[in-house]
Write a protein that binds this ligand. Structure first.
Ligand SMILES: Cc1cc2nc3c(=O)[nH]c(=O)nc-3n(C[C@H](O)[C@H](O)[C@H](O)COP(=O)(O)OP(=O)(O)OC[C@H]3O[C@@H](n4cnc5c(N)ncnc54)[C@H](O)[C@@H]3O)c2cc1C
Length: 380
């Protein structure tokens, strides 16, 4: 069977794109094949991100916070958000929400197969799996098959273990999320705790590091237990859910496409922010633009704007400073949260500041440490 679109990898990016295509009247005739080796029936991750107003996936937002905190041993910056809300979506809720709509549509076919190879020829793209081969006008790929090589010279890993705990007594303020608590041992690299209460007795607590290599699982567990007991003062709790994740923060260029007919999306398309690991909101921006192009019968390959290229340069600069250890992650974020309005930092990390605001963010960090990296990354 001939498909219009093949979505190779139906995770965060693939299903966001599918949902957007299915909601476009102009694309109602399109036949879509979604291939994923996984059934997407487990809560394999929790997405947090900040957003203005209501987004497309608002119905599955589990909780949102109007106030955030940034902490070190020296200071606490607790700030009420103005235009943004910090939001949480459980992976499983998102998958079910999209799959509920998609499995009812006669023009969407699902195959649970392992993709082995992708190729682009003349005016078609081909996907070879362990059980067959499929062709379409466009393949939207979010598997790692076309990813660049990542190593300790060009990348850091953002790795974390999270426990969602339930306490026997009310212990949390569910209106305040801790974005980063850096008051931890920094021996392995930038290390912080993330505390997101979803009600007064339940919170997601995540031990997170930006460093070259992952740790053994017991280290994350010990750090979580020590923090919950020692810092949060909670001795009685149950772990009701857990997650472990590794997100690449890389100087490497993730190719946006292979030929004209294979478009990389999600992390595979370079939509993970190199300096922070946040991806969800960039997936939304990118898949929205792809669908706009498809509706306008243009190539779905979305070229980065001049401003987006500038933000990629800022990201690579910040990451290079951390990789080369000119300044620690803790010192960089603490400097920014001490000197700048927190909402401006979030706007900057969301690629939404204007040039003057970029300058004020840049002037908050030491020029002598950032300028050599900025120049090096400018000419890459
Ligand atoms: C545990 C975890 C927590 C995260 N939390 C956040 C967060 O809070 N905020 C944020 O912005 N980002 C977060 N991220 C980063 C990022 O948002 C996610 O990784 C996001 O899922 C990326 O979407 P994606 O579509 O690129 O990849 P995925 O969602 O991983 O989707 C890729 C899909 O491809 C399938 N696949 C892969 N290889 C093959 C193959 N060979 N054949 C068939 N199928 C294949 C997989 O099964 C998967 O379904 C997190 C990542 C992880 C791992």
């Amino acid at each position: 069977m001939q498909y219009d679109y093949i979505i190779a990898g139906g995770g965060g990016a693939g299903l966001s794109l599918l949902y957007r295509i299915l909601h476009q009247e102009t694309l109602r005739e399109k036949q879509i094949l979604v291939i994923d080796q996984d059934l997407k029936n487990k809560n394999d991750r929790t997405w947090c991100f900040w957003e203005e107003g209501e987004g497309l996936f608002e119905p599955v937002v589990r909780h949102q916070w109007p106030t955030l905190e940034f902490k070190t041993e020296q200071f606490v910056n607790k700030f009420a958000l103005q235009k943004y809300r910090y939001k949480m979506i459980r992976g499983l809720d998102f998958y079910n929400y999209v799959l509920d709509v998609a499995t009812k549509s006669e023009r969407v076919t699902f195959k649970h197969e392992k993709i082995l190879h992708l190729s682009s020829q003349n005016d078609q793209a081909k996907v070879i799996t362990d059980s067959g081969q499929y062709e379409a006008a466009y393949v939207f790929n979010s598997t790692s098959l076309l990813n660049p090589k990542i190593n300790t010279d060009n990348s850091l890993l953002q790795h974390f273990m999270g426990w969602e705990i339930k306490t026997s007594k009310p212990m949390f303020d569910d209106q305040v999320g801790t974005l980063m608590d850096f008051s931890l041992n920094q021996d392995h690299g930038a290390t912080f705790m993330y505390v997101l209460p979803v009600n007064s007795q339940q919170a997601l607590i995540e031990y997170t590091l930006f460093s070259p290599v992952v740790l053994d699982k017991d280290t994350y567990r010990n750090q979580l237990a020590t923090y919950i007991n020692g810092v949060l003062g909670i001795s009685e709790y149950n772990i009701v859910d857990d997650e472990f994740g590794v997100i690449p923060m890389s100087l490497q260029k993730f190719r946006p496409s292979l030929g004209k007919h294979i478009i990389n999306i999600g992390t595979a398309g370079g939509h993970t922010k190199a300096s922070s690991g946040y991806t969800f909101q960039f997936i939304q921006k990118n898949t929205q633009s792809i669908v706009q192009n498809l509706v306008a019968e243009k190539s779905p390959l979305v070229k980065p704007s001049f401003r987006e290229k500038m933000f990629q340069w800022y990201d690579r600069t910040l990451l290079e400073v951390m990789i080369s250890q000119k300044m620690t992650g803790k010192a960089i974020f603490a400097t920014m949260f001490k000197k700048l309005a927190p909402e401006k930092i979030l706007t900057f990390l969301d690629n939404e500041t204007n040039f003057l605001q970029d300058l004020s963010v840049m002037s908050s960090v030491p020029t002598v440490k950032f300028l050599p990296s900025a120049l090096k990354q400018m000419f890459r």
